[in-house]
Design a protein around this ligand. Sequence first.
Ligand code: PLP
Length: 377
Amino acid sequence: MIPVNEPLLGEKDIAYVNECLQTGWISSAGRFINEFEDRWAAYCGKRYGIAVSNGTTALQVAVACLGLKPGDEVIMPTFTIISCALAVTCNGGIPVLVDCDPRNWCMDVSQIETKISPRTRAIMPVHIYGHPVDMDPVCRLAKKYGLAIIEDAAEVHGAEYLSGRDAQGSAWRRCGSFGTLSCFSFYANKLITTGEGGMVLTDDEALAEKVRSLRNLCFQPQRRFYHETLGFNFRLTNMQAALGVAQLERIAQIVERKRWMGHEYNRRLDGISELQLPYEESWAKSVYWMYGVVLSEDTGMDAVGFALRLKERGIETRPFFLGMHEQPVFHKQGLFHNEHYPVAERIARQGLYLPSGLSLTEEQLTKVCDAVREVLR
Ligand SMILES: Cc1ncc(COP(=O)(O)O)c(C=O)c1O
């Protein structure tokens, strides 16, 4: 079976983790934590990095920093992972949804303004499957209405967005550089992986301090076991950070490999009329985190049927996200009843992603493409 993802670890990863084991720095103190935080923040174009236990907890602490009052709203795409919505609900807020763009599958930024209300506190753009959200309109709206941006960059390590394309002086900027608070996951299927892991980036010193405190049970520096606020234990270990540092040393190669994989899939699957392939906008440099395809209904097949047939041919796949408005858990909370987002609904049923891990060989990629063609013949 060709797996949908397999991490690719190298000599450096092993050497740095060994250093932790040999020196005894195995918990959440040690040189790799600070190094990982500083280097990741610098790579993404932010001042402060605060490493946390995973991408979900990164979103939870980032939203906690907003100090939402019950009923305050955060606008986000329906087409995303549940972590985004739960980060808002567990902080007492209400997720307000928009549909996604039919071409790049990221949030449809033209729908945001109609969803802004007096209760809106933030916008949460989520870059999807390696492709950036159109960030200029998001930033303009955030400025116009005084909203924070919680940028979810879990799936776009190293992806770039051409900011200011409508004006003179446009510039490529890395995803994760736009948020008031930007959140990352370093789960095993991400470009940079620490097994489990996450990070929050910000330019704001006070917010950085707040995230640091929340991640570490809100211990006070002067009086350790005295608490004025409740926090969490969302710490990352030095051993995990060691993996992050090792991989950051080769991030350019990792990004290049993923872009090669995306373009190679595009080239080989081009012309199959039953498939919609990932679209790279002129203002985006996607990292093709996961190579998604959307199957035409004309095949008489949905993504479940397609996945089954690919599995029979030794190809593992994953279905696309199911929109937040279709989640029973939120219906039980009285959210999103009778809301419909046709683009997200369609791609949730017809979309899946193909093997996309860094250890995928060219030979395996060829086999995947052959299997896809065979199923659709
Ligand atoms: C967009 C997005 N946000 C958040 C997360 C959550 O990250 P984690 O699995 O590290 O909790 C993921 C995980 O894949 C994700 O894709």
